[in-house]
Design a protein around this ligand. Structure first.
Ligand code: PFF
Length: 452
């Protein structure tokens, strides 16, 4: 029997799937997340502003877009979960086992992402209860909250319970509905904050800082950071887009969806920068990275601003929405796996995978600025280890798997992606040569093997 005829190629439409707009909104919801809001501005400011932004755009278009299209095509062509889709298309168990790595990756990322999503919920609630209108030492407040132990664990549980509830309701009745309500809300909040940001007195200075390229600050490392960020930002390498692809019907264009996701992600990053830099410049709060920017610096800026309570509340809602719409896409990966593999009901799969993520997430919640911060192993806390191993090891590995699979193993990839012959050849070139080389470089660099 030929390899191809052994392969289980399933063409049936999924029993529960996305509508056209629901799919595009949900995929944008997955990609737009915490990564865009604090990671991107921080990386940009540390790497030459617009020069880094330009690199990020190149990475999104040249590597991110082809890889995204490949993930969606594998999902729709294989009609399985993040592991079985590979097996269905190749007829080989080994590919399914490789795909399992991305299922693990998504559980690990979900565990610490749930913690930070909990922080955004806490800040949303607090800002509407007048927190931003009081004179507060925001750095101390942040540390007191994260250091309290029970606070971050409680809010992590709240974030995970909400995510679990949405995923348990299924694709059309849960994930799609959730995104259809929240993404327009996200756009409105984003536009209000953008208009506000652009009218602040320090807007010009902030925009210049963000958009005036300084090529002298670019290093080879910036290119790798830009690529790694493009990966994280588009939710690639973790089976998310493979899983979502399996719920898309054959009448939808995966190309259009991929362009919409990349465009949406880019626009969101641009607008996030146009909100954050003018705000921090106007109030003399130079941008710093990581949790500090979003949870310490911005509350101080909103405090000083007219209508700051409302605008600040809006900002944290925006952040919480972005985080939750990404979280549901992450949880769906192990849930889809468990439903297919063990024939569990969706509710059982959602509850049990949430329980695993919560168990892994509790030590993460306690160790990120919390009482277990002191427990460090090889220079990293538990929270840092989850982040590091998933973002720098599992994610590039998952991405590499996708490029090799769509580039070499699955012969009908370009047909599923509906690419014309010339574009199909260019796509294949990127998947076969360009993307794997670049991913291996990132991998070696982040593992500390390659030093620049
Ligand atoms: N793309 C999300 C962000 O930028 O925050 C992060 C993410 C979502 C990573 C979904 C992985 C994933 F499966």
């Amino acid at each position: 029997m030929s390899k191809l005829s052994k392969a289980k190629v399933q063409t049936a439409e999924p029993a529960d799937g996305f509508s056209k707009s629901g799919f595009i909104l949900s995929a944008i919801g997955s990609s737009v997340g915490l990564g865009n809001m604090w990671r991107f501005p921080y990386l940009t400011s540390g790497n030459g502003g617009a020069a880094f932004f330009l690199l990020f755009i190149i990475c999104l278009l040249v590597i991110g877009l082809p890889l995204l299209l490949a993930e969606l095509s594998i999902g729709r062509g294989g009609r399985g979960n993040a592991a079985s889709s590979f097996q269905n298309l190749s007829g080989k168990k080994a590919w399914g086992l490789f795909g399992l790595i991305s299922v693990f990756g998504s559980v690990i990322i979900m565990s610490f992402y749930g913690v930070v999503t909990g922080w955004t919920l806490y800040y949303t609630v607090r800002s509407f209860s007048g927190f931003l209108s009081r004179q507060t030492a925001y750095a101390e407040t942040f540390r007191a909250f994260t250091g309290s132990g029970y606070g971050p664990v409680f809010w992590q549980l709240a974030a995970m319970a909400l995510t679990c509830w949405v995923v348990a309701r299924g694709i059309s009745g849960g994930i799609e509905k959730f995104n259809k309500v929240l993404i327009p809300g996200l756009v409105v909040a984003l536009l209000v904050l953008l208009v506000n940001g652009l009218t602040l007195s320090g807007a010009k200075e902030g925009i210049e800082y963000f958009l005036k390229p300084d090529f002298s600050k670019l290093t080879p490392e910036s290119a790798l950071l830009a690529l790694g960020h493009a990966f994280f930002s588009l939710s690639l390498g973790m089976g998310t887009m493979v899983t979502y692809g399996a719920y898309v019907n054959k009448r939808q264009s995966l190309k259009t969806a991929s362009f919409a996701v990349v465009g949406g992600d880019l626009l969101y990053a641009l607008i996030a920068g146009l909100i954050i830099f003018p705000t921090s410049f106007t109030y003399g709060l130079q941008s710093e990275g990581g949790p500090g920017l979003v949870f310490i610096v911005l509350p101080a800026a909103f405090h000083a601003m007219p209508f700051g309570s409302v605008l600040g509340g809006l900002f944290f809602i925006l952040l919480a929405i972005a985080a939750l719409t990404s979280a549901v896409s992450m949880l769906e990966v192990p849930v889809a796996y468990a439903i297919e593999k063990w024939r569990w009901s969706r509710t059982k799969a959602a509850v049990l995978t949430t329980a695993v993520c919560v168990c892994l997430g509790i030590p993460a919640a306690l160790s990120a600025e919390g009482p277990w911060k002191g427990y460090v192993w090889l220079g990293r806390t538990f929270f840092d280890w989850l982040d590091y191993s998933a973002s720098n090891i599992l994610l590039p590995f998952g991405g590499l798997l996708v490029t090799l699979f769509a580039g070499y193993v699955w012969k009908h990839a370009a047909e599923e992606a509906e690419l014309r012959p010339l574009w199909g050849r260019i796509w294949r070139f990127v998947l076969r040569y360009l993307a794997p080389v670049v991913i291996v470089l990132i991998f070696l660099y982040s593992a500390g093997i390659l030093k620049l």
